[in-house]
Write a protein that binds this ligand. Structure first.
Ligand SMILES: *Cc1c(COP(=O)(O)O)cnc(C)c1O
Length: 367
């Protein structure tokens, strides 16, 4: 049999996303309207009205290519985060930023460091360029930054750090990140992936932009997919000093962020009421889910994101089994066996009634 492409591409295990509602309806003979999807850390509020209005305005111009430099969106990011336009890389989701970093910085055979149980895109981006992954064992489900710094080898070009991390929800405080950045050699680039940063309570926030100004080898990535409620549009961005930003932009597809996404993101950035509501709803949902877990005696990992990792059972079949039983009841959560966590499931925090439906289904399933 002929096999195409390099072996490192053939070895990639495809990304497993959350099951779409329509697919679950078809497979289990359910009515779409009764299905609750808590599988992809999406914003349960739906997209912000401000973004919808901005897209409607941009609609008539869709025969034209998007602005490849994303002038308006960069200006809005500059205004909000006080970072110059030539420090910003726009991405087709922040996944794009993670991939651009791997493609721009790492050659086949060189190494990339990331943590066990960290975001699934890190291994994908690493393998796609034929690089070698150095996976550092997690500590209490989170990043062991001291071990990660120690794991850096002479050929290491990139380190991925997710804070908060997905799928575990763990958080590293600012002091520990600062100490880590100080330890990383200057020729190794760190991607600090802050997809959930908007959910952090004020007293947990740290000044990531201050580090970007201090470290030429740091990229901070953010997304509009979670707290900003625009996952379907695919838009995110990276912030780094100009030399690194220039490199990422050289290999970026010129039109990687479409016009509607750019318009929506500009509006969403300014929509502090929506952001605030998202964070409040999330905190409330977190209390709802975790108090139910505690009542049911279910172990969970304390989370700083918009999702919770919980233990479905003690055997290695538990995650898959409970997932299937929940699907039959029209509740979609995320199995995490592909992360090496076959006893666990990840549930996204939804609207109060969605959380309640999940809790009721889980009670039924676990008896
Ligand atoms: C959801 C998520 C992202 C963002 O993905 P997008 O491509 O921006 O939708 C990035 N990193 C982590 C850790 C995530 O969980």
């Amino acid at each position: 049999m002929t096999s195409f492409g390099p072996d490192y591409v053939r070895a990639i295990a495809p990304y497993q996303g959350g099951k779409p509602i329509a697919e679950v309806a078809r497979e289990f003979g359910l009515d779409e309207a009764t299905i609750v999807k808590l599988a992809s850390n999406e914003n349960p509020l739906g997209m912000p009205d401000s973004a919808k209005a901005a897209m409607q305005k941009a609609f008539d111009e869709l025969a034209r290519y998007p602005d490849s430099n994303g002038f308006d969106l960069k200006a809005a990011i500059t205004k909000k985060f006080d970072v110059p336009a030539d420090w910003i890389t726009l991405g087709n989701g922040s996944n794009d930023i993670l991939e651009l970093a791997a493609r721009a910085l790492v050659k086949a055979g060189e190494s990339v460091v990331y943590s066990q149980y960290s975001f699934a895109v890190y291994p994908l981006a690493t393998q796609a360029v034929g690089a070698r992954a150095i996976v550092v064992p997690a500590q209490d489900f989170g990043h062991d930054l001291a071990a990660m710094a120690a794991a850096i080898e002479p050929d290491t070009k990139l380190v991925f750090v997710a804070n908060p991390n997905n799928p575990t929800g763990t958080f590293i405080d600012g002091d520990r990140i600062a100490a880590f950045l100080k330890q990383v050699p200057p020729h190794v680039v760190v991607v600090l992936d802050e997809a959930y940063t908007e959910y952090l309570p004020a007293d947990q926030r740290y000044d990531a932009l201050g580090w970007v100004r201090q470290y030429p080898n740091l990229i901070v990535s953010r997304t509009f997919s979670k707290a900003y409620g625009l996952a379907g549009l695919r838009v995110g961005f990276g912030m780094a000093q100009p030399a690194l930003t220039d490199l990422l932009n050289r290999i970026r597809q010129p039109f990687n962020v479409n016009s509607l996404a750019q318009a929506a993101a500009v509006a969403a950035l300014d929509d502090t009421a929506y952001l605030h509501k998202s964070a409040e709803l999330n905190a409330e949902g977190y209390r709802q889910l975790t108090s139910a877990f505690e009542q049911m005696g279910i172990r969970y990992v304390p989370s700083f994101g918009n999702f919770v990792l919980f233990r479905a059972g003690e055997d290695d079949g538990a995650g898959a089994r409970v997932n299937l039983a929940l699907l039959r009841k029209g509740v979609i959560v995320r199995p995490v066996g592909n992360y090496g966590l076959p006893q666990w499931l990840r549930v996204s925090i939804g609207l109060p009634e969605e959380n309640a439906a999940f809790i009721a289904a889980l009670r039924d399933v676990l008896g």
